[in-house]
Design a protein around this ligand. Structure first.
Ligand code: RP5
Length: 216
């Protein structure tokens, strides 16, 4: 029997699945991770590179939905949960089983350790919803990508939850031109950054560039 704190989440997920809310009021992307210790990799911060949260919220104009009865203003939203495949298998099952009925269009699932089972189990249960796996550590890569034939999972390299978010939005963008435009703008911004850095490196020279960019 799951702990009360887990059971109440499971109940909430099933209740939401029954609500049949309109798509523009439900999260488009679901982010799950095996432990809150995965949050620096999945969201970014605490000495880590930017993660899925930064890609969605800072770069692509998504808002995090924390209350299903009060959707954020942004049309495009995501939700975030911790679901451990090994410690809370019932919660993992409920999350994946209800995701499609709760309006989720794509899931980003991250886990660390050598038995990083959350992404692949979520992909199997949530099928045919697409799941993008994030190995939180290098040693999790084989576990995340090693799916048998007929059980698909798309995955990014270890720790690259930022790219997982971009891939999730690429999937959504096939139905939403606005997201396609945001992805194109983001990419153009990357090109601008490289061009500016290249010009500055060339014109300032290496010592000048280091002074300008590295010394705060
Ligand atoms: C995995 O075990 C989690 O995804 C996490 O990366 C790792 C360690 O979890 P904690 O012991 O920090 O909760 O299931």
């Amino acid at each position: 029997m799951p702990a009360d704190s887990v059971q109440s989440l499971i109940d909430q997920l099933h209740e939401e699945a029954e609500m049949d809310r309109p798509n523009d009021l439900t999260p488009d992307v679901g982010i799950v991770m095996g432990s809150d210790s995965d949050l620096p990799t999945m969201a970014g911060g605490q000495g880590k590179r930017p993660g899925a949260y930064a890609a969605l919220a800072d770069e692509l104009g998504f808002e995090e939905q924390t209350d299903y009865t009060d959707a954020p203003e942004s049309r495009f939203t995501f939700e975030t949960f911790v679901c451990s495949a090994h410690r809370t298998p019932d919660l993992m099952y409920a999350y994946a089983e209800t995701a499609e009925d709760r309006g989720i269009d794509v899931i980003i699932a991250g886990a660390g350790g050598k038995s990083a089972d959350l992404p692949n189990m979520t992909a199997s249960i949530a099928y045919p919803l697409p799941v993008i796996g994030v190995p939180v550590q290098e040693k999790s890569v084989d576990s995340v990508i090693g799916m048998p034939q007929g059980a698909p999972l798309t995955a990014v390299d270890a720790g690259k939850s930022f790219n997982a978010a971009l891939s999730a939005v690429q999937i959504l963008a096939r139905q939403h031109d606005e997201l396609r435009d945001r992805l194109v703008s983001y990419h153009e911004g990357l090109q601008t950054d490289v061009g500016e850095a290249s010009r500055d490196l060339h014109e300032l020279g290496t010592p000048g560039f280091k002074r300008e960019y590295w010394d705060e």
